[in-house]
Design a protein around this ligand. Structure first.
Ligand code: CA
Length: 363
């Protein structure tokens, strides 16, 4: 036996029988330094959304002691914002952040993993995704695209939007032009609204000039920042169309599988922390901004009339049924989502909702 062969054989024997000893691969993994590129769909310095992603990358670097460094690029800095799905899917970059309903054109069922009109709020979404089989289903739906999704962020219930005129009845919606994307747009179109798509940068001017009559955006904090109160007087609630949109992190499957287990756990738990961090930020910043809108800018904050909400709810059921008939995966995810939502609603009725009512009773 040659000396080199002898050493190799002895070495392998030691590794195989030496319980508790680190294997060559874990030693290599522990010293390996990885650099990933992360692209988002958000503008640079977009508060909470892009901030949350930067915070996530920093946490991963710190928790992994520099073994995984993630360089973050805002939408357009490396690739156009809405090409991030393809970039991560094809492995051009390892990781991305955005929201699943942006990919509705490729995967109609993806919308359930962000928000659907009159669907679940943030608490319900987290319960479904983490505890009710929603995340497994999401991963199954994304698997053909070689993507592993994670929930990371939630805006909480959004606002219904800014209107230049009052909406007292369903008839008041007829013929108005509103910036409202996704399923919400499809639903409100059935009530006679002309839904239009506009990027953030064009919303204010369009509303101010009357090119559109109404717009939804996010919530008080982001809406205040965009100055929408200067272009429309009436600020309606609730955001029936986006009751608790989940934001998503996507990782290229090969990149994910090449991570040692401990780095996978760091990434997974940092995403979970990011999910909570963003939701908490939205909640804290929105309540401050709402006070400013009401007190400083005298914005009229109005609840949609019950009849309008009732009609939109009816049209939502119709829209979801139509979409389900067009796509088998949409139908399958819809049924699972719906089943969870019904039981969550029943629980909510005697927990969160009952408590909210109890708080309004005068003592
Ligand atoms: Ca929105």
């Amino acid at each position: 036996m040659k000396r080199r062969d002898f050493i190799t054989k002895i070495g392998m024997g030691t590794l195989a029988t030496g319980a508790g000893l680190a294997t060559t691969s874990t030693i290599q993994a522990a010293s390996q330094r990885l650099r990933w590129k992360m692209v988002t769909t958000w503008p640079p310095n977009f508060p909470i959304f892009q901030d949350g992603v930067k915070r996530f990358a920093k946490e991963v670097r710190r928790m992994s002691n520099g073994r995984l460094t993630i360089q973050v690029f805002a939408g357009g800095e490396l690739i156009p914002p809405l090409q991030s799905f393809d970039a991560v899917s094809q492995g051009t970059v390892e990781i991305g952040h955005g929201s699943a309903y942006y990919w509705a054109g490729k995967i109609p069922a993806a919308q359930f993993f962000t928000a659907v009109p009159f669907g679940m709020n943030a608490q319900g979404m987290n319960a479904w995704l983490y505890g009710g089989g929603g995340l497994e289903l999401w991963r199954e739906v994304y698997a053909p695209h070689k993507l592993v999704p994670f929930p990371m962020g939630n805006t909480g219930v959004q606002m219904g939007g800014w209107f230049r005129k009052k909406i007292n009845t369903v008839a008041d919606l007829k013929g108005i032009k509103m910036r409202i994307p996704g399923l919400g747009g499809k639903v409100i179109a059935k009530a006679g609204v002309n839904p239009v798509l506009l990027p953030a940068g064009e919303i204010y001017t369009a509303l101010e000039r009357g090119t559109i009559d109404a717009t939804e955006w996010v919530g008080p904090y982001h809406d205040l920042r965009l100055g929408l109160y200067r272009a429309a007087k009436y600020y309606y609630y609730p955001g029936w169309h986006e009751p608790g949109p989940t934001l998503e992190m996507i990782i290229n499957k090969t990149a994910w599988e090449s991570l040692p287990r401990d780095l996978q756990l760091i990434v997974e738990n940092a995403a979970m922390a990011g999910n909570l961090w963003m939701l908490s930020e939205f909640e804290a910043r929105n309540l401050e901004a709402l006070q400013i809108l009401k007190e400083k800018y005298k914005v009229q904050v109005i609840e949609f009339p019950d009849k309008v909400l009732g009609e939109l709810k009816k049209l939502t059921a119709l829209t979801l049924k139509e979409e389900a008939a067009k796509d088998a995966t949409f139908k399958r995810v819809y049924e699972k989502y719906q089943r969870f939502q019904l039981t969550h609603d029943a629980w909510n009725k005697i927990s969160e909702n009952a408590y909210a009512r109890a708080k309004q009773i005068e003592g």
